[in-house]
Design a binder for this molecule. Structure first.
Ligand code: PMP
Length: 430
């Protein structure tokens, strides 16, 4: 029998039957039912309005329920929601590929549409492996990355996540074993010292003959620790990869589309990767869509001797998602984010500095529309979450990190309330 429709969200059913991210089936963390979302506000079923500090995990850069994104999806819906991408193509995908190749570094000219960030990372790893196979180097099948990284929850992606905070122990014996160098120690503005790159350079030299590629998140490491590091590190990584003849994959799934104050974080270092992953904000947070871009050199090598790239998800280049992405990128191209992100950075930096000297706070940092308060001990998520909701804001900390990355459309007043609530909550932590 079909369940009877209820006018409100059935929390008991949710608790009994639905897995939320990284939770127990029997003792899950509380969840808050949402009725709607608009601009920078999330409206709960009980009518409470929360100022959104998370942009739904980096995605909703233009805010929720955006008229232009709504219109783009509605118009596309009149034509078709989806068609297979094998043997067929469509205007939204072609237009999106044209935009992506125009806005990312020039050498990246070939686009693979994936259905999530993790899948785009799988595609990136696969491209690197297929590239070396095509060049008669099948022995190059390992990846080098930096500690504290996060690249997704599928197996290839997990294998290059931080070996301690990632899920390596749980899946040991099944996960491919990759090579890790120390996490970048140099802060964003720190004076450069070659010692900072030594460990990476050593690992690269030691394993260069078996490496397919280096993979990392440029300048900001997200879910692996919300760490912000010197663009000089990235520049040296690019140089060392070139010298060693190893491909470089940049995962801009979190950092891309303006979040760090540049359109792509690679721009801080003036570098271009051989393979680039984008996702999250690509559709302005409307639908799941990601893309893996690569150079002509990689794409053509894979295609030598009738070679094909061996990936093709069912929902590849979903037209609704591509339409949302085209509208989202059009808004970005108009450029309002360029003045919004420095304004947000200044407010976060200044506001959060009030916490810097608290005994429980290890460090406070900000870049672009990202602000982080790193605590000395992990938070009680359920408790701190309730404290934020009581203050009318939506912030979801993890581990020792209280962090925000609001939609770029957050107003000065909303930002002020968000920052004050965060500072007030952090001050009250035990
Ligand atoms: N790479 C990075 C840098 C990410 O932040 C994420 C998502 N948090 C992913 C990959 C995985 O993306 P998805 O959750 O869409 O699979």
């Amino acid at each position: 029998m079909a369940p009877s429709p209820t006018s409100s969200c059935d929390l008991a059913f949710d608790r009994e039957h639905i897995w939320h991210p990284y939770t127990s089936a029997v003792n899950p963390l509380p969840v808050y039912p949402v009725r709607s979302a608009r601009g920078c506000r999330i409206i709960l079923e009980d009518g409470r309005e929360l100022i959104d500090g998370m942009a739904s995990w980096w995605c909703a850069i233009h805010g929720y329920n955006h008229p232009r994104l709504n219109q783009a999806v509605q118009e596309q819906l009149r034509n078709m929601a989806h068609v297979m991408f094998g043997g067929l193509t469509h205007r939204p995908a072609v237009e999106l590929a044209r935009r992506l190749t125009a806005m990312t570094p020039t050498p990246l000219q070939h686009v693979f549409f994936a259905d999530s960030g993790s899948v785009s990372v799988e595609a990136a790893l696969k491209m690197a492996l297929q590239y070396w196979c095509a060049l008669d180097h099948p022995e190059r099948k390992r990846f080098l990355t930096i500690r504290n990284g996060y690249h997704g929850d599928t197996f290839g992606a997990m294998s290059v996540c931080d070996p301690v905070t990632g899920m390596h122990t749980l899946f040991q014996g099944f996960l491919p074993e990759q090579i890790f160098s120390e996490a970048p120690r140099c802060a964003f503005d720190a004076l450069w010292d070659e010692a900072y790159i030594q460990d990476f350079a050593d690992r690269l030299e030691e394993h260069s003959q078996e490496l397919a590629a280096v993979i990392l998140e440029p300048v900001v490491q997200g879910a692996g620790g919300m760490r912000i590091y010197s663009p000089h590190f990235l520049r040296r990584v690019r140089e060392l990869c070139d010298e060693a003849g190893v491909l470089l994959i940049c995962d801009e799934i979190a950092t891309g589309f303006g979040r760090t104050g540049k359109l792509f974080a690679c721009e801080w270092a003036g570098i271009s990767p051989d393979i680039l992953c984008v996702g999250k904000a690509l559709t302005g947070g409307y639908m799941t869509l990601a893309a893996t871009l690569t150079t002509r050199e990689v794409a053509h090598a894979i295609s030598r001797n009738d070679g094909v790239f061996m990936h093709g998800p069912t929902f590849m280049a979903n037209p609704l998602a591509c339409a949302a992405a085209n509208a989202s990128l059009e808004i970005l191209e108009e450029g309002a984010w360029r003045s919004a992100t420095p304004r947000i950075e200044a407010a976060l930096r200044e506001g959060f500095s009030a916490c810097a000297d608290l005994p429980g706070v290890a460090e406070v940092r900000a870049l672009g529309a990202i602000g982080v308060i790193e605590l000395r001990t992990p938070v009680d998520v359920a408790r701190i979450q309730a404290m934020f909701v009581e203050r009318g804001v939506w912030v979801r900390p993890f581990g020792r990190l209280v962090y925000v990355m609001p939609p770029y459309v957050v107003s000065p007043d909303e930002l002020d309330k968000l920052v004050s609530a965060v500072v007030d909550v952090v001050r009250r932590l035990p």
